[in-house]
Design a protein around this ligand. Sequence first.
Ligand SMILES: [Mn+2]
Length: 277
Amino acid sequence: MSILSLMEYASEPLNIYILTINYKDTVAFRQKTADFLDKLVKRKNAKSFVKLIDATEIFVKNLPKKNMGSYFTPCSMLRLYADRVPELAQLDRILYLDYDVVCRGDIAEFYHTDLEGIEAAGVLDIYGRRFYKYHGILKREKDKYMVDARDKREWSVLKQDYMNSGVMLFNMQECIKTGCLKKAVKLCAKRWMMLADQAALNKAISKRKLMPRKYNEQEERPREDTILHHFSNNFKFWPYFRVQKVKPFEIDKIHSVLKIYEYDNILEEYKKLKDNL
Ligand SMILES: [Mn+2]
């Protein structure tokens, strides 16, 4: 779904890397599927590609030990290993996207945002912005490294900087220079954290750029200007507390629970291709 939606709006070739591992009971992403997707994106733009990278070896050597039993799959940690994958480490920038992110506009402007002296650009986390007050009113050392590029300051009364890790634009060379991803992996090995990869990234990255909300909308429904819609888990407090999970490829739930119909074209296409995946 993510790739189909990206193809729909991309104004430039898409160089897509899928990281996977073959570890214990995680189901590895299949080469056959990657090959199929590669052909698919090339049909739209011959310069596009989808490449599968097996990071098992790198992962096993640096297990995020204290966070292995958490309810997120170990695959959610793979973004932290990008700097150890030679093919990725040589790139200037990487836009990391969760598999539950759907695109509804051109991401070129976001992708090309100025990252001079920045480790990563991202959007505030919908829950973190409420629950985690990293700075509060006190000015901390970290503030001087933060760049706020949001057109409106929708989510900030206090200085908030807790970013959602589902959409993150990494300046690879800066990340390698500061070692922030390695720091994040170390944190995951040392102690358990509820949102492991996200908490670790927020701790490890200090030179950050806050981007407008439209690049990672985490509410159930997208807004008019939303470019990347993230189907992250929503906490529901009424009438009883529960975690509502709807993923973009769950066609029936998208209709019945979220009552969203705008992705129907892409969903139709997805249905047709699904058997090849
Ligand atoms: Mn997600």
